[in-house]
Design a binder for this molecule. Structure first.
Ligand code: NAD
Ligand code: WQD
Length: 346
């Protein structure tokens, strides 16, 4: 029988790609999402890709009563992947309580409900943001957790601490935190992808929207950093590679082969690319000319960060396979498909 996996935030960007990979690997998926940053129509498109429509429940994970009712109704869940959270760095600075409330209350509620229902297995969406600006590159899982640069970053640090304490106190609990570097790109079908509300904060959606004429000009935030071309360096990982790491993490938890109670892994490519390299690669693979200019640094940006992925490669048996070229082309194909076919319907 297929194991049933709860995917919170499964209608969102990374969640929807993970639901596709889970279903393709024979898991039965139940999504819980309050659609605060996503659209119900994604379910139709997941169905188009996989031939199967995931079960969907619309409610807010901060609502304790609704979570209780949910687990009563779905009493055969074997594992949970917890994506649901707010993620806009700037908004977390201007409205920290919104972030501490949503990101921490939803996690604690979920863990309490899992505890009451004897569900042991959790995969959690963490972030390279927990490392801040690391002293040494590439950053390993043993690199120290630095002071976060924003309330959003603190919610990820505190969430990991909550998992560490809970897995140590409640012996049957096991959790894996995946520390994503910079997820970009979209499914090859171009049916699902990243869909920021309003003006994008992140580089790649800003690039694709500028290339399509939705934004006048891309600002490159600073070219006076201590890097080869002066622009910041990040580890950009294709969202499909990232989604696959969740399937492996779930399989690992379900196999229960004496793993530590709480594990955490870097999920990146291991390679750093500068902002200008991303722009040049995008222009090359899409044959589009981007209108961009160099502006001042963005406050809070760190100079460079990229992952040491050896531990994930060895211990999980997972490795990023797709190139930056593939990721940028898929992001472009999704942007075009969405604007031409979907944006007027949603
Ligand atoms: P997303 O906003 O596309 O998806 C999150 C989903 O969760 C949305 O569909 C939203 O409606 C839902 N949601 C939020 N709060 C909820 C609540 N209280 N109850 C029910 N549903 C709720 O974001 P994403 O990019 O897919 O990110 C998924 C996870 O990965 C988040 O935890 C995020 O912090 C983490 N992460 C993202 C990135 C990134 O750059 N995208 C990087 C590192 C970590
Ligand atoms: C990438 C690079 C910018 C936009 C954020 C979060 C992090 C994680 C991933 C969740 C930087 C530059 C960007 C633009 C630019 N999310 N840039 N012009 O800041 O590395 O990480 O998302 O956990 O926590 O902080 O991603 O895509 O915003 O920026 O020049 O219009 O692109 O300065 O160097 P970032 P990003």
């Amino acid at each position: 029988m297929a194991s049933k996996v709860l995917v919170t935030g499964g209608a969102g960007y990374i969640g929807s790609h993970t639901v596709v990979e889970l279903q393709n690997n024979g898991f039965e998926v139940v999504i819980v999402d309050n659609l605060s940053n996503s659209n119900i129509d994604v379910l139709n498109r997941i169905q188009k890709i996989t031939g199967k429509r995931p079960i969907f429940e619309n409610f807010d994970l901060c609502d304790t009563e609704k979570i209780k009712l949910f687990f009563k109704k779905h009493n055969d869940i074997k594992a949970v992947i917890h994506f649901a959270a707010f993620k806009a760095v700037g908004e977390s600075v201007s409205n920290p309580l919104k972030y501490y409330n949503n990101n921490l209350v939803s996690l604690v509620n979920l863990l309490q409900a899992m505890n009451e229902n004897n569900i042991s297995n959790l995969v959690f969406s963490s972030s390279c943001t927990v490392y801040g600006q690391p002293d040494e590159l590439p950053v390993t899982e043993q690199s120290p957790i630095k002071e976060a640069t924003c309330p959003y970053g603190y919610t990820k640090q505190v969430s990991e601490q909550v998992l560490k304490d809970s897995t140590s106190a409640y012996k049957f609990f096991k959790a894996i935190a995946l520390r994503y570097f910079n997820p970009i790109g979209a499914h090859d079908s171009a049916l699902i992808g990243e869909l920021p509300l309003g003006v994008p904060n992140n580089l790649v959606p800003f690039i694709t929207q500028t290339a399509l004429g939705l934004r006048k000009q891309l600002s490159v935030f600073g070219d006076d950093y201590n890097t080869p071309d002066g622009t910041c360096i990040r580890d950009y990982i294709h969202v499909v590679d990232l989604a696959k790491s969740h399937v492996i993490a779930i399989q690992r938890l379900l196999k229960n082969n004496n793993i530590n109670d709480f594990e955490f892994f870097n999920i990146g490519t291991g390679k750093g690319n500068s902002v200008l390299e991303v722009i040049n690669t995008f222009e090359r693979v899409t044959a589009q000319k981007l209108n961009y200019k160099i502006t001042n640094r963005r406050e809070g940006d760190i100079e460079q960060v990229y992952a040491d992925t050896k531990y994930a490669n060895f211990e999980l048996g997972w490795k990023a396979e797709k190139t930056l070229e593939e990721a940028l082309l898929s992001a472009w194909n999704w942007e075009k498909y969405y604007r031409n076919n979907l944006s007027n319907k949603e």
